[in-house]
Design a protein around this ligand. Structure first.
Ligand code: SAM
Length: 455
């Protein structure tokens, strides 16, 4: 059977979509390969959030085109966000691309690959003549949020992502996601619970619920009940799945992060003490221009409430530097807020103009060297804070879910603490998929290092 090389760019939602595509191809008898040179089908699942991500995927596809010289029947496809925003332009501009599939059509990928592959085989056997055949499908599809629900699990896989919704209605002025992912639409609670139950029955201990604005889950489809938002109702239902040990979600928006959700952190023990909570800027003027809908003080207040509900909760964030019009004073306000909140960690991004977004055409675009300098300056603050958080854990026993070999040194094992910090330790196969205590001996700022206790 043909083999497939599938590479994913971008966020966890993209990883999750790729997993569904991989599962569909495997179900049809395709084999997955990590080696692009051995593949019969090469698929790149793309990201559009920043230009760099698009350029990486375009560059990779350009390079891979050479493989067709040795294997004319190779199938090449772009999937996901960049496929959605660029559509047929990709088959026009890159002569070897056969397939372009958008974000609402992942469930069609296996069919399309099969059609193209069969044609190429017929060509090779001279059963048909050499006309270029491409498929581009970037249509919207009602109900597509229901189609990302099956998993390919590796042996002893302990963690899994579960997509609970698709799309975003927030329209932040910097963000391309509403146009690549469409409007918000959510799956049903009982369907999601069934998926989690199946995962747990297969050995998964921890699930992370995924959505572009995850805390706004279900707001168009389901009613509040007893003052609880649909998202809180979902969290409670998933929390009730027997055998599930840990529950996380990502990423929420400060809008709609209300008392009912904050209070969950105080009463639901499986809900892990970590929130990835995108801030974007610490300047009210910039937050307004970004169309974020909150002030710096409001954001700070939410972090205080979270810490009151669950002392020690880890808070991480996303920040954009160099948004159009950002002055030194605006940047200083961001830096000050980062210090005040004392984040456990943060992703810092240089603003990247995206097609058809309001910020891309705003006057006062910030020069690249200024963005670079602010990025560098803020990362220094973030790294110092992260190191201090890590150092404070040295000497403590942390409960760790062991995920498998460490990515940087496969002779050691890696897991996550409740606060989502990476913990590296010596161990063997029996540790994988288990939850146990690790005594922390050292911190690099990025990872913690320790020894398992009594195991
Ligand atoms: N939905 C989440 C939210 O906005 O709260 C985050 C989703 S986005 C995939 C991840 C992060 O990428 C954002 O939080 C933002 O910091 C960053 N990002 C989005 N658009 C960007 C742009 N045009 N330039 C730089 N960074 C961007």
């Amino acid at each position: 059977m043909p083999t497939v090389f599938l590479k994913t760019y971008g966020c966890q939602m993209n990883e999750r979509d790729s997993e569904q595509v991989a599962r569909d191809l495997v179900a049809r008898g395709y084999a997955l390969t990590q080696d692009e040179k051995c593949a019969d089908v090469i698929l790149l699942n793309t990201c559009s959030v920043r230009d760099l991500a698009e350029q990486k995927a375009l560059g990779k596809m350009g390079m891979l085109g050479r493989l067709r010289e040795a294997k004319p029947e190779l199938v090449f496809g772009f999937l996901g966000c960049m496929a959605q925003s660029r559509g047929a332009e990709l088959t026009r501009d890159i002569g070897h691309v056969d397939l372009v599939v958008g974000t609402q059509k992942f469930h069609r990928v296996a069919d399309y690959v099969e059609q193209i592959w069969q044609r190429k085989v017929a060509l090779r056997e001279r059963l048909m003549d050499d006309a270029r055949f491409t498929i581009v499908d970037v249509e919207e599809e009602a109900g597509s949020q229901e189609t990302i629900r099956e998993h390919v699990l590796t042996e002893r896989q302990a963690t899994a992502f579960v997509s609970i919704m698709q799309g975003c209605n927030m329209h932040c002025t910097f963000c391309i996601v509403p146009s690549t992912r469409g409007a918000e639409r959510s799956r049903r609670i009982d369907e999601i619970v069934r998926e989690v139950e199946t995962l747990v029955a297969r050995g998964v201990r921890e699930v992370t619920l995924l959505g572009q604005i995850v805390n706004l889950y279900g707001r168009h489809e389901f009613a509040k009940q007893e003052g609880k938002s649909p998202f809180v109702q979902l969290i409670e239902a998933v929390h009730g799945v027997e055998g599930l040990r840990r529950l996380r979600f990502t990423s929420p928006h400060p809008i709609g992060f209300r008392e009912d959700l904050i209070e969950c952190f105080g009463r639901l023990p499986k809900l892990m003490p970590h929130v990835h909570f995108p801030l974007q800027s610490g300047s009210d003027r910039i937050l307004k221009a970004m169309h974020r809908g909150y002030t710096a003080e409001k954001y700070f207040g939410l972090t205080e409430k979270l810490r009151a509900a669950r002392p020690g909760i880890a808070i991480t964030t996303d920040i954009i530097v160099g948004f159009p019009g950002e002055t030194e004073a605006d940047f200083a306000a961001t830096r000050d807020l980062v210090e005040r909140v004392a984040f456990d960690n943060a992703f810092v991004f240089k603003y990247s103009p995206r097609r058809d977004t309001p910020a891309a055409t705003m006057s006062e675009q910030v020069a690249e060297p200024v963005k670079e300098e602010r990025n560098h300056g803020l990362l220094a603050v973030v790294n110092r804070l992260a190191k201090a958080k890590g150092d404070a854990l040295v000497g403590q026993r942390l409960e760790v879910l062991c995920e498998g070999p460490s990515k940087t040194n496969p002779s050691r094992l890696s897991g996550r603490s409740p606060g989502n910090k990476i913990v590296i330790f010596e161990g063997d196969a029996r540790h994988v998929g288990e939850i146990f205590d690790v005594r922390i001996e050292r911190s690099s700022g990025f990872s913690l290092y320790g020894t398992p206790v009594l195991f």
